[in-house]
Design a binder for this molecule. Sequence first.
Ligand SMILES: *Cc1c(COP(=O)(O)O)cnc(C)c1O
Length: 434
Amino acid sequence: MKLYSTNNHELRTDFQTAVFNSMPLDKGLYMPDYIPELDQEFIDQIDKFSFSQIAYKVASVLMKDAIPLEDLQAIIDDAINFEAPLVELSEDTYVLELFHGPSLAFKDFGARFMSRVMGYFLKESEKMLDVLVATSGDTGGAVALGFLNVPNTRVTILYPKGKVSEIQELQLCTNGGNIHAIEVDGTFDDCQALVKQAFADEELNQRLRLTSANSINIARLIPQTFYYFNAYAQLKRRGKTDVVFAVPSGNFGNIGAGLLAYKMGLPVKQFIAATNANDTVPRFFSTGIYEARPSVQTYANAMDVGAPSNWVRIMNLFSSNEAELKTVVSAAAYTDDQTLKAMKDIYQQYDYIACPHTAIAWLALREYQSANPGDYAGIFLSTAHACKFPDVFPEEMKGKIEIPDQVAALSKKEKLATRMDASFESFKKYLTSY
Ligand SMILES: *Cc1c(COP(=O)(O)O)cnc(C)c1O
């Protein structure tokens, strides 16, 4: 498997380099230089295969010789050790639950696969890998739990004091071992600036082998294709094959993976990108003008992204052919009021509790279904467990949210974060005095 940079289509990098660099020096994103199609026979028979077998098939076709097949299978089985069930809510409406991993969000797929791929390549190298992450919530937990106990790695997570939810904070701070959390007296932007400065610091780069685990790493995108194929397999077992996916979108990595799956031959009628008030992409669909904006805060805060970093990948997948893109993808944006109402409506209609991100995808699906009546299954992706965002729910629903065992256990654990001011001097001192 070779990868090019979206800023330089002549560049060819191998998979291992792309994983450790995360981003090419020219600040583009890595993309596979060739998107292979799965054979039709596999797609026709997909309902006969398990999630693990499907993931292995997709990965082995896409990643070819990047990792020996036996090792690839072991990495997949270790990383994706939880289910992604398709739950039927009504005859034409299904929810794909992607929150059954350790951090209760879909980011577990990407973070766990990436951590194991990095750990795998590290075996041959001597130096400890230092993973630095700034988080506003969900990424930190997935990365922390993804790298926990992965040999030869050390993870430092910076999060803004008082600005992540209680469960998110506990997921970051109670791990110990190779996971270090820093509670920064500042904002998420401060945390991100500290990480960026560390990567630019010559002395730190000489002393430590630094890498970033951020969402643009190609090793986070690839495993997200698996659950689209697996959702299709589950649907096929129920005798249906016409499908529309509605995807809650922020950085557009999730829907980007869906579109990669589509390009690999997954038969999907339509993808709907659903956003909150951060509507850069829906505006692009209605005006034809792509104009990033500063992000605004919403209830669905993991989607508060004004300049979606994976958008360029999607444009590349479609060779910047807007007309083709628009035949496969549509987009819609929703306000906080609409989100809250959707959470209540889903509960009333289906007796189902959806997190705010998930509710936005449901709204987009419902709108699409009323505009396009027909005999197809609508699947909306549920990206996080509702218990991660209790404060968004109205009182009467809050008490109905089921608390998974791992969350109940978290509150008994000790918080192990280091407090720090937002100066680079303090951060550098911390990193060099491990
Ligand atoms: C990260 C996240 C999203 C957005 O996913 P993208 O791949 O960035 O579009 C949606 N919902 C939840 C719960 C998330 O954590």
